[in-house]
Write a new protein. Structure first.
Lengths: 216, 206
């Protein structure tokens, strides 16, 4: 008896640890009598906000403008300077494949193939995000402008580098789109007054984004 | 609004081109509609696991889906600095109709102002098409919201300090060793022998 009591203190920390945890292990006592339960499956609608663009890539064609005397006029699918214009070669089909949402549109800087000096987006209007600094509010040096428009209607809008409501998308100039709403848009690009980068291959990226709208 | 005459003429050509476009490869991305929200308050200096965000490739081609934090929606609250939220596993490569849940981690600096924070979690899809021309991107956004409250970082009501598991393990090992030693019958006796000091003659004379 005396010998056992001597090493019991060694087990004391173990017992204390067990007592600390025992509160989380206690199971509720079952009520007397029989109980029954039933499992009922439930299916919900998908709550995904998504958009799909087709095609994923296009080329600029039908370029016009520029200065013929300086031999910098647009030709075919080549943009001229100053302020030549081009259209994309195919209509862009934007489908709201998710729940109803506001569809925003934004654009990136135009990136030259050599990765050096790009062109920044500019806008016109009463409160442009970035003013076009050229003659008659056209794009200035290393600036460009993109206008998207409804190929079936007369709506059009400007594109900035931050997502803005795509008023071409929704009814009556709004950007609210219900599930599976489709817009068919074209793009019109106005090039810079002149470019400090001498690349002849440029890429612009236009992005559509479904956003939580006022109703969700 | 009225389009320029030349632009109007171009529309007819585009309308004809619109129908084949529907059969082209598409790019698409989706994100959960429910907001990404922290269950409790965050505190300056704390790190928190946000609920993982669900993303899906709704296009026809494989694409890389990334995550960024940006204030796009109109909502109330301070804008979440993008550096506070990290998605370690993004970008993810997803095949057509494939989805993924991307874990997000929130790190609140010690200097963070208290209050409600609001921004958007934006999933971006890219089909990695290179070359001159127009590349069309897709993105989808959902709300991100949490509140920073003053006070110490909370560890929950049953937090386990990092030092406790190894300490408990060490106690168990020592206890087991002591019991085993006790039962083995081995005994260690420590004997103490008094030191005998030699005495000089001077002492005897006294």
């Amino acid at each position: 008896m005396r010998r056992s009591a001597r090493w019991w203190w060694l087990l004391l920390p173990v017992l204390l640890t067990g007592v600390t945890a025992c509160g989380t292990m206690a199971a509720p006592q079952q009520a007397a009598g029989q109980s029954g339960s039933v499992s009922v499956s439930l299916t919900t609608v998908r709550t995904i906000r998504s958009v799909t663009i087709s095609p994923g890539y296009a080329r600029f064609v039908d370029c016009k403008g520029g200065d013929g005397l300086a031999y910098t006029a647009s030709k075919g699918n080549k943009l001229g300077f100053p302020n030549g214009t081009c259209l994309v070669n195919s209509a862009i089909v934007i489908t709201n494949t998710g729940i109803a949402a506001d569809i925003d549109i934004s654009g990136s800087d135009a990136e030259p193939a050599d990765g050096l000096t790009g062109w920044t987006l500019c806008n016109t209007g009463p409160s442009p995000a970035a003013s076009c600094t050229g003659h008659r509010h056209r794009p200035g040096p290393d600036q460009y402008k993109v206008i998207n428009y409804d190929v079936f209607g007369s709506q059009r809008g400007g594109i900035t580098d931050t997502p803005r409501c795509d008023r071409v998308f929704g009814p009556e100039g709004s950007c609210w789109a219900r599930h599976l709403a489709v817009a068919t848009e074209g793009l019109w690009l106005i090039g810079p007054e002149w470019s400090s980068d001498t690349s002849t291959q440029w890429t612009v990226t236009i992005t559509w984004t479904p956003m939580p709208g006022p109703e969700n | 609004m009225h389009l320029r005459p030349w632009l109007s003429l171009s529309l007819s050509a585009l309308v004809l081109l619109a129908w084949p476009a529907a059969s082209y490869a598409s790019v698409g991305v989706g994100i959960q509609a429910g907001p990404v929200a922290l269950a409790g308050d965050a505190h300056p200096g704390g790190r928190y696991a946000l609920p993982p965000v669900y993303v899906v490739n709704t296009g026809t081609e494989p694409e890389s889906v990334g995550i960024r934090i940006e204030r796009i929606s109109t909502g109330t609250g301070r804008t979440v600095p993008p550096g506070w939220v990290s998605a370690a596993s993004a970008p993810v490569r997803l095949a057509h109709a494939q989805s993924a849940s991307i874990p997000l981690e929130l790190t609140v600096p010690q200097t963070a102002a208290r209050g409600r924070y609001f921004s958007d979690v934006v999933a971006t899809g890219s089909s990695a098409i290179a070359g001159g021309g127009a590349s069309f991107g897709v993105a989808a956004a959902t709300d991100l919201e949490f509140t920073v409250a003053p006070g110490a970082v909370s560890h929950g009501w049953f937090g386990v300090p990092g030092w406790l598991p190894p300490f408990v393990l060490a106690v168990l090992v020592v206890t087991a060793a002591a019991v085993a030693f006790r039962r083995s019958g081995i005994r260690i006796r420590v004997e103490h022998e008094p030191v005998r000091m030699a005495r000089g003659r001077g002492d005897d004379a006294s």
